[in-house]
Design a protein around this ligand. Structure first.
Ligand code: NAI
Ligand code: 13P
Length: 368
């Protein structure tokens, strides 16, 4: 051995393969630009030829991110085979409703060792599968991950400092994504709780609708804070019952994403909730949006699953009643305020203990 000191390999030493982004919406476009800024060769697939031409000639996605200049090295195309040619990292930003169809179409063109990453925050309706599970089922790849975090596309596009989480049990997937997507305005943290990270991204959309609704009804910051915090309790209760690690909800893909989506008018889910709170029907709210708001479908799927599994989810159930059963937001708010007074952090004081203490106190009072 020579006497020279070996330096520790840094993330900048990791090879960044050509990147393919599937999806021509706001998030796919923001991610393509980040990867290009980081130095990767980037091709972006979309089904709309005019939009692809637009991106290539003017470097603007007029339909989904009109005020933002895309990195000039991003090449858009409707030719899936060309986009996937040589791609070592594939980022999939297709809404959950079309995700499996696109993956099935793309699968024959994936390179055998390509890293496949879902950035979609939704649940498949028929199967209740998360998108990384769909990816594994469709491809059998060992290099599957998810990217999720507080990542409003329009803010990323404006180069506001942002961070996300790559989650995978495959180390190679985590480090390649960190290397490909890190740049001066974007950081990527790693997690091995793929299920928890992905569940966090899907569930927070439900609560963004609820908080948007409360904002439209003129409720204040105490209300917002109560809703966000109880939402965190509720979503982690549900996700843990399905197999997630509760600690994941303390991170960017849990509380981080919940805060941003419940606080910003840039969130489409928040905007749908706001429109309903102003008195619009769900159909009107979704049509006026013209983009995907995953929470609209997620709420039905989660409420049904929670009822099957006996998971207590008063906020999601109340929202479901407003969105699909004609209850008014005010009725639901009153019901929620009068419902069981439970424990704050269930991981320290279980709900059952609070209930038992209340029953014992009531029994003692009755006997006096
Ligand atoms: N926009 C954002 O700030 C963020 C979005 N996401 C997630 O990314 C996913 C995609 O969202 P966005 O890009 O924001 O949506 P978007 O509404 O801006 O665009 C959706 C894109 O997907 C395309 N698409 C829909 N169905 C398709 C199909 N069957 N085949 C081919 N293309 C299809 C549309 O043509 C459009 O280009 C969603 O699950 C969302 O939750 C995640 C983080 C941030
Ligand atoms: O996931 C997001 C931010 O992290 C985007 O939220 P919306 O889909 O509600 O716009």
């Amino acid at each position: 051995m020579s006497g020279e000191q070996q330096s520790t390999p840094a993330i900048s030493d990791i090879h960044v393969p050509p990147v393919a982004v599937l999806g021509g919406g706001s998030f796919g476009t923001a991610l393509a630009s980040i990867a290009s800024t980081g130095g990767a060769r980037v091709r972006q697939w979309m089904r709309d030829e005019a939009l692809a031409d637009n991106i290539n000639s003017q470097h603007i996605n007029h339909r989904y991110l009109p005020d933002f200049e895309i990195h000039p090295d991003v090449h858009a195309s409707t030719d899936l085979e060309w986009v996937l040619e040589e791609a070592g990292l594939v980022l999939i930003a297709i809404p959950s409703g079309g995700f499996r169809t696109v993956v099935r179409q793309a699968a024959p063109h994936f390179n055998p060792n390509a890293i496949l990453v879902s950035t979609t925050k939704g649940i498949e309706a028929q199967s209740f599968m998360l998108m990384s599970e769909v990816l594994i089922e469709e491809t059998g790849s060992p290099h599957v991950g998810v990217l999720s975090g507080p990542n409003l596309a329009a803010e990323i596009a404006r180069h506001h400092l942002s961070a996300s989480v790559v989650a995978s049990d495959d180390e190679l997937t985590r480090s390649r994504v960190q290397a490909a997507l890190s740049c001066d305005h974007f950081r990527v943290y790693a997690s091995n709780d793929r299920y928890g990270v992905e569940m966090g991204g899907a569930l927070k959309n439900i609560y963004a609708i609820a908080v948007g609704m409360a904002a439209a009804l003129g409720m204040g910051e105490n209300t917002r804070s109560m809703l966000i915090t109880r939402a965190l309790a509720e979503m982690s209760r549900f996700a843990v019952a399905q197999g997630a690690n509760p600690m994941t909800f303390l991170g960017l893909a849990g509380v981080g994403d919940l805060i941003v989506t419940c606080s910003s008018n840039l969130s489409r889910n928040y905007r749908v909730g706001y429109a309903i709170g102003e008195g619009r029907s769900l159909e009107e709210a979704v049509e006026a949006l013209g983009q995907v708001a995953e929470g609209v479908n997620t709420v039905s799927l989660v409420v049904e699953r929670a009822s099957r599994d006996g998971v207590y989810m008063p906020l999601a159930s109340g929202l479901y009643r407003v969105m699909f059963e004609g209850a008014t937001p005010r009725e639901v708010a009153v019901d929620l305020m009068r419902s069981e007074q439970s424990s704050d952090v269930e991981f320290t004081l279980p709900r059952e203990e609070t209930r038992r203490a209340q029953e014992q106190t009531a029994a003692r009072d009755l006997s006096q």
